[in-house]
Design a protein. Sequence first.
Length: 262
Amino acid sequence: MPSGASPRGDDSRKASIALIDEFSLRRVNTLTLLRTHFREAVLQFASVADFLTHASTCAAAPSAVVMCVGAHSVTDAPLPEHLHLISRAVPALPVIVLSDREEAEEGVTAFREGVQGYIPTSLAPRLVIYAIRIVLAGGTFYPAEALVRARQLLRPEIERTPYLDQVMIERRKQWPPRQREVLSLLVQGKSNKVIARTMGIEETTVKVYLRLIMGKLGVANRTQAAIAARRLGIAAAVEVTRATIASDPDTAGLDDQRVASP
């Protein structure tokens, strides 16, 4: 049983944060920081496998998972597979990656993997706590450099996305409700798997809806569909950071701060 965990009857009623780190010294330091600043119980695990074992026997999911990956890239095996396993075992569970790497591409890749927070370990402890609080509140956190890089990566898609005529804009409310819901979730940056879980449908059905939507909008991919949806006036009731990266980076409220948040 992980440190800080209690029998199932008690643990299932108490909010918690799960900390995963294979290195014990680093894990203890992060654990101390989290336990100092959060009311939630903080449970520590030496591996994703340990966390998944605990999650399979615990009635309540933690509020978030904090994964310390050190100098490893988000693309390094087995991290992508670990993120997939966590998502499959505990759907919609916010995942925060603590990383020694500061390349903007790492933050963009983390977003594409469905991570809700990407926090460089070079940040001051108070900013790390602030970032985690944003995720616990339902938002996302990425370094400002990642947002700038996202603008550069997605600008060609923005330029290729056709502008919609007034007739299409006026008829948007005539779309089938399911298609509107899929498009709204797409604007929020949700993956097909998350959209399927949210709507209670199969992932293959989501793909069918997306093909129909892209055909109506005259676009070639998900990114262009999200941009077109913004132009249709389909709002995303989510945090600015995630919606911005997923759809139209030109609307980002970027400033000269080192970090970005909703």
